[in-house]
Ligand binder design. Structure first.
Ligand code: NAD
Length: 251
């Protein structure tokens, strides 16, 4: 089950955290993975990890917030079977502490990034009638997260983008799904924790939003991406898969 032999995948933000784990997992399942990141050293080290494990990977440098570069990338790469829009950035703030510039910055990476990657690579998928697009949304794409106004706004847009793409294009055979993690132990979360006056308390508080009392590991998110990428998920499109330890179940 869940074999990706001879499939070609692209994972954005694959130089770190969840994206790196997804790239490694897809490669382990047999895919040739294009590791995409704006951080050249981080992306290159993911490629090395994959190749050291006998997998197949190449690196492409890209800032997903750059419209022209994103669209141009598709002219240099082969047609994709799997597109994982994972690159994303966070921001701490409510209405009083979030500026329009903050909102635009998050929107450029978290929303226009996936939108442009889809503009660049999905038309070929639609023509071939084959493809799985996986967008990394968040718990913040389904419910509001306190003091994360810009992040919540942009991640709600990611779930909206996913459902809209699924509605318009699933009849072609291409599938569009979102993954909505709760808190995952990655550099992204570690940097947020470090901003608090008492990081140890912040860590405990963040873990406690999961009903099972701990954060997810990146490989637990990658396992879901592998399933959604695989032919076994043929019937799954337009879904927003919660991997949040029950956070969104209610309180
Ligand atoms: P991370 O910060 O560990 O890694 C993000 C990677 O994306 C980095 O390698 C970074 O260089 C790259 N990146 C950032 N902006 C980019 C850009 N403009 N263009 C290209 N690459 C860029 O993050 P993570 O925790 O692994 O998060 C990955 C995704 O999962 C994000 O979309 C995030 O919103 C989402 N998410 C994370 C959590 C969590 O708890 N970690 C929870 C829910 C959702």
């Amino acid at each position: 089950m869940f074999k990706l032999t001879s499939k070609i995948a692209l994972v954005t933000g694959a130089g770190s955290g969840i994206g790196r784990a997804i790239a490694q997992t897809l490669a382990q399942a047999g895919a040739h993975v294009w590791v995409v990141d704006r951080d050249v050293a981080a992306g290159a080290s993911t490629v090395t990890l994959i190749r050291d494990a006998q997998g197949h990977a190449d690196f492409a440098a890209l800032d997903v917030s750059n419209d022209a570069d994103t669209l141009a990338l598709a002219t240099h790469l082969p047609a994709l079977d799997i597109l994982v829009n994972n690159a994303g950035i966070g921001h701490v703030g409510n209405l009083l502490t979030t500026t329009a510039v903050d909102l635009d910055r998050l929107h450029a990476v978290n929303v226009r990034g996936p939108f442009n990657l889809c503009k660049a690579f999905v038309p070929a998928m639609l023509t071939r009638g084959v493809g799985s697009v996986i967008n990394l949304a968040s718990i913040g794409g389904v419910v509001a997260v306190r003091d994360r106004l810009a992040y919540t706004v942009t991640k709600h847009a990611v779930t909206g983008l996913t459902r809209s793409l699924a509605l318009d294009h699933s009849h072609t055979g291409v599938r569009f799904n979102a993954i909505c993690p709760g808190r995952v132990e990655t550099p992204f979360v570690q940097s947020r924790i470090a901003e608090y006056p008492d990081p140890e308390k912040a860590y405990r508080d963040m873990a406690s939003t999961q009903l099972n009392g701990r954060m997810a590991r990146p490989d637990e998110i990658a396992a879901a991406a592998l399933y959604l990428a695989s032919d076994e998920a043929f019937m799954v499109t337009g879904s927003c898969l919660m991997i949040d330890g029950g956070w969104s179940a209610g309180k």
